[in-house]
Design a protein around this ligand. Sequence first.
Ligand code: SF4
Ligand code: SF4
Length: 105
Amino acid sequence: MDLFEEKMRAMKEMAPENRMEMVKNLKNRCPCPTCPSYNTCAKEAGETLFCATGKSFMCISEEKSCICPTCPITKEMGLKHKFFCTRGAEKAQRYEHTLWGSTMV
Ligand code: SF4
Ligand code: SF4
């Protein structure tokens, strides 16, 4: 089990209020709003933390660049992927790679 799986398992065991608090904290720390791919639509919709919540809801479609690899949360949560706003959450990208064996980085 890698770090991300351990984190997901630990979160699953948490009381719902503690889990919500943790997600809120991560959301506040997410630096997506400073990324070149982030746009006004996403800002107005209050979208962040795509690594957990998945694709942007009809706001971000153009991949300019992604600052996820340098985000402290990537290291903290053991994330392997990026461009979560356009490609889906870490969990979803892991699942797709399992199915298709994609090497998209
Ligand atoms: S997920 Fe990556 S590409 Fe999308 S806004 Fe955040 S840092 Fe930028
Ligand atoms: S890894 Fe990307 S989506 Fe997740 S908190 Fe960091 S910048 Fe935001």
